[in-house]
Every structure is written in structure tokens, then in C-alpha cells.
Design a protein. Structure first.
Length: 360
């Protein structure tokens, strides 16, 4: 059976660190925690779980800090987590089984990162990350922020999920890292333009975000998945600016790189729905509802667009077109994922009243 070193970087994580460690302490063989300047009880809490607590002066570079944490690992494999991550009970069982059965020739095991969950327990955002890494390969992190590991060799994809349970969102912190890169005159990669665009978009700076997405998609280099979502997110920016024509153009541009994704189809449907072109909107929502995301896909998967969301919108569209049977059926499909959603319940009452009146 292989052994595992847990490696973490932390700063002021007193609210979440124990919650995280409680979910993995009985699975890993070593816990290494690198503190980057906490002023709360983080270090005190960390020492309740391990005597391997180290200190690192923060340099505004996440990769450097993560690479520092990896230096302290002594076991066969490295597992990394953030303090606001947890391993749910079902995934703990899967991780234990993986540890007992893993072929030591494997260089990395990818796991799902469930970055968001709604109030009904549905995963809202999921993507893969190389999560369990063979220590002797000395894999390194790259990038100041939104960093990544350059992994090569024998990689297997598991169905284990690491679940992100963030308490609060640090708005603007990552934007400042990119702005410091600009001030230094650093050269941006397509990935940098994509993620800087994301940060600008999330902070409401839509015109600036569009410019960065434009650069990302215009460059020959870069990951095709980033370009797909640059088109989709750029469409979101145009929608926020009430530019429906460029919104639609940007969404259709994503088709240059891959077959239509549910994330794009639903947005196209919504574009036509806002114009009260319900027939065209329904076409695109139907396309989304019939898709199943590739379980081996590494880029973002927004599960709502493959499950309840297109059905709820189809309920509206078919109702507007007078097809109440289809409208009802799609509301029932949405209810499977969000049974007490106020919109679903409102629709149920509407249909109950409608059908009961028809029977009488």
C-alpha cells in the first residue's frame, strides 16, 4: 500500500482548517502545513493535528508557496488541499480504497474538484485536477495565481471528489496579483489573459474583461478549453452590457473549438427567450437538456446547464407557446434536482390549478 503526504499552505484559516483536516487525518500518513503569515489561531489549530508545521514568508506567489509545501513531503505520494476543502464521507471511502489498491507505477491521479454546491446538494461547478502526485517526480506548480501543476507520465482519472466549502469570497485579491504582473511588464500567456478576464468579469469590469478574452482567443497558443470558455464568458460580459448581438456572436464563436456545450446552448436559449422568441429558445434549451458532460473532461463543467436549468426554462418556453403538457413535464424534470425551488413549486401550483379546472 502506498503512503501519502498531505501538503497545505494556509493563512488565517482558523474557521476552516480543523474541518478540512478532520476529513483526511485518518487517511494520510503525514500532514505538512506551511503557514504564510497567520495572525489568528491557524497555527495553534494546525499543531493539534501535526508537529510538521512550517513557516514561509508570503511573496504574493501561490506557486512558490505550494512548491515550498511540497518540499516537506516524505511519503510516496503528495495530496494537496486548501483549508476550505473537505473530503466527504463517500469520497473518503473511495480515497482509502485508492490508497490500498494504487499501482505504484502511476505518476498522478486526477480527482474532481467540486468547486460549488447549491442548497439542494447539486454540484454547480466541477473540473478535474491532478490531485495525488508521485513525490519522486518532483512535479512543480507554475503561475502567480490560478496556478497549475505541469504533470506528465502515467495519469489515471478517478471518480473521487474534493469538495470546496468556502465561507467567504476574497473579491479583488487576485485582480491585484495580475495588475502587479502588468506593472512589472511580465509577458502574459493565453492562460493569463483568460484568467485575468475572469477576475475582471467577476469584479464587474466587463469592458476590460472583453479585451482580455479577445486577446486569449486571438492567440494561436493556449488550451482550447480556455478559448471555449473565453467565448462563453465574453458573452456574459456583453449580456451585462445589454449588447445582445455581440453576446450571441461570442457564444456561437465557441462552436469553432468544439461541438456546442450545454453552457453555451443555455445562454443562447436565454438570449432568444429575452426576445420572446420562445420557439428558438426552446430549441437551444432542448439541445442542452440532451447533453451529458464527459466525465473525463478537465475544463469547467457547470452541472446546472446539463440538468435542472434547461428544463425549468423549457417549462417557461412551452407554457408561452401554449404546450402545457410539455411545460408540465419539464417542470417535473427540474423538480428532480430542486424539489423545493420556489419557481418549481409556483409552477406546480399553477399546473394543479390549471388541470383541476380543466377536469371540472
Amino acid at each position: 500500500m502506498v503512503t501519502i503526504s498531505l501538503c497545505m499552505i494556509v493563512k488565517n484559516e482558523e474557521e476552516t482548517l480543523a474541518r478540512c483536516l478532520d476529513t483526511v487525518k485518518d487517511i494520510v500518513d503525514e500532514i505538512n502545513i506551511v503557514d504564510t503569515g497567520s495572525t489568528d489561531r491557524t497555527v495553534e489549530i494546525a499543531k493539534q493535528y501535526t508537529d510538521r508545521v512550517f513557516y514561509y514568508e508570503w511573496t504574493n506567489n501561490f506557486s512558490a508557496a505550494r512548491n515550498e509545501s511540497f518540499k516537506y513531503a516524505t511519503k510516496d505520494y503528495i495530496l494537496y488541499l486548501d483549508a476550505d476543502d473537505v473530503v466527504l464521507e463517500a469520497d473518503q471511502a473511495k480515497l482509502k480504497e485508492l490508497k490500498e489498491t494504487l499501482d505504484p507505477s502511476v505518476d498522478s491521479v486526477s480527482m474532481y474538484y467540486d468547486a460549488g454546491t447549491d442548497e439542494f446538494g447539486n454540484v454547480t461547478l466541477r473540473y478535474r485536477r491532478n490531485r495525488l502526485l508521485k513525490r519522486e517526480k518532483n512535479f512543480q506548480w507554475y503561475g502567480d495565481c490560478h496556478n497549475y501543476i505541469n504533470v506528465q507520465g502515467k495519469i489515471i482519472n478517478s471518480d473521487i471528489s474534493i469538495t470546496h466549502k468556502k465561507i467567504r469570497h476574497a473579491v479583488g485579491r487576485t485582480v491585484s496579483v495580475f495588475e502587479q504582473k502588468i506593472a512589472r511588464g511580465d509577458t502574459f500567456s493565453p492562460r493569463d489573459y483568460f484568467y485575468y478576464g475572469n477576475e475582471l468579469r467577476e469584479n464587474g469590469r466587463h469592458e476590460e474583461a472583453i479585451k482580455n478574452y479577445d486577446i486569449c482567443t486571438s492567440m494561436k497558443e493556449g488550451w482550447v478549453e480556455d478559448k471555449i470558455f473565453a467565448c462563453i464568458y465574453r458573452g456574459d460580459c456583453y449580456r451585462a452590457l445589454n449588447d445582445t448581438n455581440n453576446e450571441l456572436t461570442s457564444l456561437f464563436e465557441s462552436f469553432k473549438y468544439a461541438p456546442p456545450r450545454a453552457e453555451a446552448c443555455c445562454r443562447i436559449g436565454y438570449n432568444f427567450q429575452r426576445k420572446r422568441d420562445y420557439k428558438t429558445a426552446a430549441f437551444w434549451y432542448e439541445q442542452a437538456s440532451q447533453q451529458v458532460p464527459d466525465p473525463d473532461r478537465w475544463s469547467f463543467i457547470y452541472n446546472a446547464y446539463y440538468t435542472w436549468y434547461p428544463h425549468l426554462q423549457l417549462c417557461v418556453c412551452y407554457y408561452r407557446m401554449g404546450d402545457y403538457k410539455k411545460s408540465y413535464e419539464h417542470n417535473e424534470e427540474a423538480a428532480k434536482y430542486r424539489p423545493t425551488d420556489p419557481s418549481v413549486l409556483y409552477n406546480k401550483k399553477l399546473f394543479d390549478k390549471m388541470f383541476n379546472n380543466n377536469e371540472s
